[in-house]
Design a protein around this ligand. Structure first.
Ligand SMILES: [Zn+2]
Length: 168
């Protein structure tokens, strides 16, 4: 890439560092012409196509802002929100797509948000999936209950298994 100072067409990498989460690489570069140094950050390209058709880079901050309102008054911390946004980004990146529409991003938020707080999940889902009646809420709650029950059954089973292996 061009040197941002003198526009020289080449630069030399003097240091490379992978970010803590492994999602990006920072490179320290030096221009062979003016000798000044600059940093580039390399990440896999990920853009969001908005309803208007415009695209913008994926942003964890936007995910957090979108979810924060649904979490008002709930026991959800800023750390929880940051972790949720990270899970959403990881899940999106694992699909390998370079471009997603806003609707798909919303779908990806639902799972981690449900794990975080069921009330916030219902609020978010009601806006995002445009619930129009009490029946829509009832249906969503029925699904939540069914999944919670099956998760509990699973836990019981694991406990029984470990109790059995403890006896033998
Ligand atoms: Zn230069």
């Amino acid at each position: 890439m061009h040197c941002p100072f003198c526009r020289h067409s080449d630069s030399r990498v003097v240091d490379s560092r992978t970010s803590d989460d492994g999602a990006s690489i920072r490179r320290r570069r030096q221009c062979p012409q003016c000798n000044r140094r600059f940093t580039t950050v390399e990440t896999a390209s990920l853009s969001v196509v908005k309803r208007s058709g415009a695209t913008e880079p994926f942003s964890r901050e936007k995910i957090i802002n979108g979810v924060r309102k649904a979490c008002q008054g709930r026991p959800v911390s800023e750390d929880d929100l940051a972790l949720l946004a990270q899970r959403v980004e990881e899940s999106i990146r694992s699909t390998g797509s370079a471009e997603l529409d806003a609707y798909e991003i919303g779908l990806t938020i639902l799972g981690p948000l449900r794990d975080l707080d069921e009330v916030a999940y219902l609020r978010f889902a009601s806006v995002y999936q445009a619930f129009s009646s009490l029946e829509d809420f009832e249906a969503a709650i029925t699904v939540l209950r069914a999944e919670r029950d099956s998760a509990e059954d699973h836990t019981d089973q694991e406990l029984t298994e470990s109790a059995e292996s403890a006896q033998s």
